[in-house]
Design a binder for this molecule. Structure first.
Ligand code: V1D
Ligand code: CA
Length: 413
């Protein structure tokens, strides 16, 4: 496989938003990751862009107008006037989704970057697009959920579907990718594959038997896992065999990979025992299929490890070897005491996954059953027709600004 062209989307304002002092979601982690990427000299090896802010009408391709208007208007200063709708839209201090200063602008930036990435893939300007600020997989059509407000993933997949007959979504965040699954539950044009902790864990969905409905039966793939899963079990017993079968039977034209880093060992909210190398091996394996791929962030609450993970995965996607010693950068002290890139598994954590063979067998059977279904067109089919409306819509409005190397040096924030 030759080197793939990688585009990287980063907006310097995105890390500045603040969910609040006791909230585990810290957009500041994006700045740590970006500074590691700069310090490892990865930026000259990719095309770097500042995204456009997504507009309300772009968001309304999936979300209800009423919900988008609410997000655009709500602020910490006018919260009291909105007490009724706050509950309806699951936002505010009593929920996981606080209303903080600049909330709407934050959603515009992380969403704009995912849409820009999808457009670049559609136009074959890049083979891989990276947006570590995206991947907010819990947001619903008219509801915030689990720290997520706008579902940038659903919007990016809708963009990819303008060109590709089938899109595969993969979710390695420790939480179930419920918002994306729900959005495409009844279609055979999007397959969703989520691996997640299941049982007494947010959001509570993602049972092995949840396979899709109507046209979409068999196209939702769920791997419910238990605490303490290790690299070897995750990859060899489940991720690789199931992924290989998905590619064989579904043959997607494009892939969206959500790389939530809360599946790493030592995460503040997560409970898996994956290392940076194991997490990145999943990314490398997806890359080996050589399809246009949008790579997104997601959860991740031990922020020094999130930065380690996403910087390393950027290097992996670029085909670059990087040193285990963290290079000096503005946030060097975060990486004390070892100042190393890679995480070691926790030797004291028990791996409670003893029936992965059964889960693997059931999922492989679910995928085999798709091969037998007479109505399914798995061969390469021409992409659906693009309408004039499509051409006039997102493609002309969504423009990301390419960053020169000099700008990146001068303005690393
Ligand atoms: F610990 C907290 C402190 C303050 C505010 C929220 C939390 C917290 C931790 N875990 N909230 C959660 C999860 N919510 C519940 C609630 C109890 N029920 C009423 C709901 O257990 C939400 C976890 C969200 C995970 C988000 C994500 O990592 O999947 C993500 N992916 O992309 C972006 C975020
Ligand atoms: Ca997941």
């Amino acid at each position: 496989m030759g080197k793939q062209r990688v585009s990287y989307f980063y907006h310097p304002t995105c890390p500045l938003f603040y969910y609040g002092p006791s909230h585990p979601m810290k957009p500041h982690r994006l700045k740590l990751a970006h500074h590691l990427i700069l310090a490892y000299h990865l930026y000259p090896k990719m095309d770097c862009y500042r995204c456009h802010p997504a507009s309300a009408s772009e968001m309304a391709a999936f979300h209800s107008e009423e919900y988008v208007n609410f997000l655009a208007k709500i602020s910490p200063d006018n919260l009291r006037q909105y007490s009724g709708v706050l509950q309806k839209f699951n936002a505010g201090d009593t929920t996981d989704c606080p209303v903080f200063d600049g909330l709407y602008e934050f959603t515009q930036l992380y969403t704009g970057a995912s849409i820009d990435g999808a457009i670049q893939l559609n136009q074959q300007q890049a083979d891989i697009c990276i947006n570590w600020s995206g991947g907010l997989h819990h947001a619903k059509k008219s509801e915030a959920s689990g720290f997520c407000y706008i579902n940038d993933i659903v919007l990016a997949i809708l963009e990819l579907l303008k060109v590709h007959a089938r899109v595969l979504y993969i979710d390695i965040d420790v939480h179930h990718g419920d918002g994306v699954e729900e959005a495409f539950y009844t279609t055979d044009r999007v397959m969703t594959f989520s691996l997640h902790k299941y049982g007494d864990f947010f959001p509570g969905t993602g049972h092995l038997q949840d396979m899709g409905a109507r046209e979409g039966v068999g196209y939702s793939v769920n791997a419910p896992l238990q605490t303490g899963i290790t690299d070897e079990t995750y990859l060899e017993e489940l991720f690789i065999p199931v992924m290989d079968k998905i590619i064989e039977v579904f043959n997607p034209g494009a892939i969206v990979l959500q790389c939530g880093a809360d599946s790493l060992t030592g995460d503040r909210l997560g409970c898996f025992n994956l290392t940076t190398k194991g997490h990145a091996q999943a990314v490398r394996h997806v890359q080996s299929y050589n399809r246009p791929t949008l790579v997104l962030g997601g959860g991740g609450y031990t922020i020094r490890n999130v930065a380690r993970c996403w910087a390393y995965e950027t290097a992996v996607l670029l085909g670059e070897d990087i040193d285990n010693q963290i290079p000096f950068n503005d946030y060097y002290e975060y990486y004390a005491p070892d100042y190393e890139l890679h995480l070691k598994p926790d030797p004291n954590m028990e791996n409670a996954n003893d029936s992965l063979g059964n889960i693997r067998t059931e999922l492989l059977q679910q995928l085999c059953d798709l091969q037998g279904a007479p109505s399914v067109q798995m061969q390469e089919v021409p992409p659906p027709f693009r309408t004039v409306d499509d051409e006039e819509g997102s493609e002309t409005t969504a423009v990301s600004k390419k960053q020169s190397s000099a700008e990146l040096y001068d303005n690393v924030d």
